[in-house]
Write a protein that binds this ligand. Structure first.
Ligand SMILES: *Cc1c(COP(=O)(O)O)cnc(C)c1O
Length: 402
């Protein structure tokens, strides 16, 4: 019997974080605004902005908080419609609702990317677009920016799962008006919880900084160097915005900063692992792994594939066979209360829409974790198990029983 690798444990936090965490514990200086300057959170923002090649970054408590603040910072009227993909995590429509806006869902194709014809058809009456690169699958950003741009609509990127992904050489998260990332444990950089917004827009970041909880003149601690445009924006919004207090703690910043140098290795290893397993699965008749789009360089830490020629009961049997061999396969549409199945977003104002294409995709799209730390041999074990589980169902070679 093959021993399935553990795909759930996180990588250890680099030892480099220890000294800084010890220093913070000794001083008790955990709040980003205690120090007059250069608090760990402020340093993280500077380093992350430099890494992404943008002017501004604001670290917050989660990617959901980052999405919420980005939408609030757009200053949309209450009840504004925001277009989002019908395949994403429930946090995304939730952030729209939280921002007093109304999510409008568009269809997602079987390659897990936004269906551009449906996207375009739903743009009328929408006041902003929130693109979610679900599981790091990049939708065609050229087409999306052109369609939204032609109507003057701002685009926010949910890049929670796209740290390190490139689109025609540009970093995902830097293409829209703002990009939002997550440091939750299942993402490329793990601080337990955390998020960050990046943008080149001084007015947007000034609004987001104040609403994130920069009370009084704490916004001054967000300026690494003199920046007249940013200072003018802070002056414009002083005392005019509510404070939602979605700040990040210095401890989290220390944990994140120690992992920034790890990003290139994790991206490289994650992509190599994914592409190796994808090629093995794709060669079998039961699997189809959608390819990256031309111009897309992915940074996966999991693999998604569609089952070919399996009906719903065979799909369930495949997941059971894989589980019996130690690999958890999530079929987005088949597990109860799945947070990525839009019909479970029953909090949506106006009810859950009908998205037949997205629904059909979710009923057979499989999701398997494939962390960057897996060795080639472990990746082969994952592929062996998935292949043998499919063969068991489709060729009658069950793991046990008759
Ligand atoms: C994880 C994730 C989020 C939410 O991130 P949090 O930091 O947990 O709020 C949003 N969108 C996508 C695509 C995600 O993968």
């Amino acid at each position: 019997m093959m021993q399935a690798p553990n795909v759930h444990d996180a990588e250890p936090i680099p030892a480099a974080a220890r000294a800084e965490i010890d220093r913070l514990l000794s001083s008790g200086d955990l709040f980003r605004y205690t120090a007059p300057q250069d608090a760990p959170v402020a340093l993280l923002e500077r380093e992350f902005a430099a890494l992404m090649g943008v002017r501004y970054a604001l670290a917050v408590s989660s990617c959901s908080a980052a999405l919420f603040l980005s939408l609030k910072a757009l200053d949309l009227p209450r009840g504004a419609k925001v277009l989002i993909p019908g395949f994403t995590f429930a946090a995304v429509p939730s952030s729209v609702v939280h921002a007093d806006c109304v999510p409008v869902l568009c269809e997602v194709g079987e390659d897990y990317r936004i269906d551009l014809a449906d996207f375009e058809a739903r743009l009328d009456g929408v006041q902003a677009v929130l693109v979610s690169h679900m599981r790091g699958h990049t939708s065609d950003m050229d087409a999306i920016m052109a369609l939204a741009g032609a109507r003057g609509l701002p685009v926010i990127e949910d890049a929670a799962h796209s740290l390190g992904t490139l689109w025609r050489g540009r970093r995902i998260g830097t293409i829209g008006r703002a990009g939002c990332f997550s440091f939750q444990s299942y993402k490329l950089v793990n601080a337990g919880e955390g998020g960050i917004v990046i943008t080149d827009d001084a007015d947007l970041v000034a609004r987001a900084v104040i609403m994130s909880g920069a009370y009084e003149h704490n916004w001054a601690k967000h300026m690494a160097a003199p920046d007249p445009a940013l200072e003018a924006a802070f002056a414009r919004w002083q005392n005019r915005l509510p404070l939602y207090n979605l700040r990040l703690s210095n401890l989290s910043a220390a944990i994140i900063r120690a992992q920034l140098p790890e990003i290139p290795r994790r991206v490289r290893a994650g992509r190599a692992n994914h592409d190796h397993v994808a090629a093995r699965l794709d060669a079998a008749p039961w699997f189809s792994v959608p390819e990256a789009l031309p111009g897309e360089e992915r940074a996966p830490d999991s693999i998604q594939f569609n089952l070919l020629g399996l009906d719903e009961s065979e799909t369930r049997a495949f997941a059971e066979e894989a589980a019996a061999r130690g690999v958890k396969v999530q079929v987005f549409g088949l597990s109860a209360d799945n947070a990525r199945a839009f019909w479970n977003w029953r909090f949506l104002p106006g009810g859950v829409p009908d998205l037949p294409r997205t629904r059909a995709m979710l009923m057979r799209a499989c999701d398997v974790r494939l962390p960057a730390r897996l060795t080639r041999a472990e990746c082969d074990m994952m592929a062996d198990i998935l292949l043998s589980a499919a063969a068991a169902v489709m060729e009658g070679q069950r793991a046990y029983g008759t």
